[in-house]
Design a protein around this ligand. Structure first.
Ligand SMILES: C=C(O[C@@H]1C=C(C(=O)O)C=C[C@H]1O)C(=O)O
Length: 94
């Protein structure tokens, strides 16, 4: 089973996709770090719940149309945003 050519090919694609997701996330965090600096300059709060609500609604729609569970998409965004807000709080405290 471990050497089944289809399994090997499928796992190769999974590895490529995981690599792409990590690179995309890294780019996202580079951008959110810059947003954190701007927020500090302008005295804005680390979190923006209204923006988050808009993003959740948008991603839930996108997920549904891509046959991905909208609950999962929301959980993923919430998890990432919590980390971003933690970074923004740290930037504000520097
Ligand atoms: C990046 C921002 O800061 C926070 C993080 C967000 C995100 O990671 O998308 C969205 C809203 C904010 O709670 C922002 O305000 O745009």
């Amino acid at each position: 089973m471990q050497s089944d050519p289809e399994l090997v090919a499928l796992r190769g694609s999974i590895d490529n996709l995981d690599a792409a997701i990590i690179c995309l996330l890294a780019e996202r965090f580079k951008i959110t770090q810059r947003v954190g600096l701007l927020k500090k300059q302008h005295g804005l709060a680390a979190a923006d719940p209204e923006r988050e609500d808009q993003q959740i609604a948008r991603l839930r729609q996108l997920a549904a149309s891509a046959n991905l569970d909208p609950e999962f998409a929301e959980k993923w965004l919430t998890f990432v945003v919590a980390e971003v807000v933690r970074h923004h709080e740290a930037i504000a405290a520097e």
